[in-house]
Design a protein around this ligand. Structure first.
Ligand code: HEC
Length: 212
């Protein structure tokens, strides 16, 4: 756009002051020089508008609380989910005690079948379908990562509600686990009712121990 031909030296100055004018700025460092031209109005408008928009946005979202940021929405949704989960746990536990788990749930074929389905999907990889926590390879029995659930030994309490709690919360924070392996908190994946179902299934597989 400049009318200076390549052979002509551009004008020296501080800044371009007219549209279309090309200025070669006065400074020079290590032989590096800098041109200057006036920026087009559409560009300047976008630039100043973006600055004004930032101020409006910042005030509305971060100072007046008129709008909530995505982060705040996610945080409050997560809190809501946590609250719903503890409410579900409280209401399941309100109707559940050791007696009920043994004499009503573990003897109810529907609940035991539901528990078995959950066990087959989520638990057999470490505890085995027969609860022995071993896998037969040829005539050898290879141990799986989980503890056996059919040996009458319960590391974290033998009452049905102790077992429920362990499945729900996983290996306690201060426990060492089993051969260095810890179990995850299944409450992250399963509902309290599903955990009660799977606990009933485990009880139903230990009939003698629970007096069934
Ligand atoms: C990835 C492997 C893995 C899976 C899958 C797994 N567990 Fe475990 N489970 C373990 C380990 C390891 C332990 C021992 C943890 C410890 O001692 O702290 C354990 C311990 C237990 C215990 C305590 C046993 C005892 O003798 O005290 C119960 C009950 C149990 N699991 C139930 C379940 C149920 C129900 C599921 C499925 C919902 C499940 N586990 C899925 C690895 C697993």
């Amino acid at each position: 756009m400049s009318d200076s031909s390549p052979s002509e030296e551009p004008k020296r100055g501080d800044f371009a002051s007219k549209k279309g004018e090309v200025i070669l700025r006065k400074h020079e460092y290590d032989g590096i020089q800098e041109f200057d031209q006036k920026l087009p109005n559409w560009w300047l408008f976008t630039f100043y508008f973006a600055i004004a928009w930032f101020v409006i946005y910042w005030v509305l979202y971060y100072h007046t609380g008129t709008y909530r940021t995505d982060q705040q929405k996610i945080t409050s949704r997560l809190e809501q989910i946590e609250d719903d989960k503890s409410a579900a746990l409280a209401s399941t536990l309100a109707n559940l005690d050791n007696e009920t788990l043994i004499n009503q749930w573990a003897t109810d074929p529907e609940k035991v079948a539901a528990g078995e389905a959950i066990f087959t999907t989520n638990c057999v990889a470490c505890h085995a379908a027969d609860l022995s926590a071993t896998m037969a390879v040829g005539d050898q029995k290879i141990p799986l990562p989980g503890r056996p659930l059919d040996d009458g030994v319960w590391e974290y309490g033998s009452e049905p509600l102790d077992i429920f709690k362990l499945i729900n919360e996983g290996t306690p924070a201060d426990a060492a686990g089993y051969n260095g392996a810890r179990m995850q908190a299944w409450g992250q994946m399963l509902s309290p009712e599903q955990i009660a179902d799977v606990t009933s299934f485990i009880i139903s597989k230990n009939r003698k121990e629970f007096g069934l």
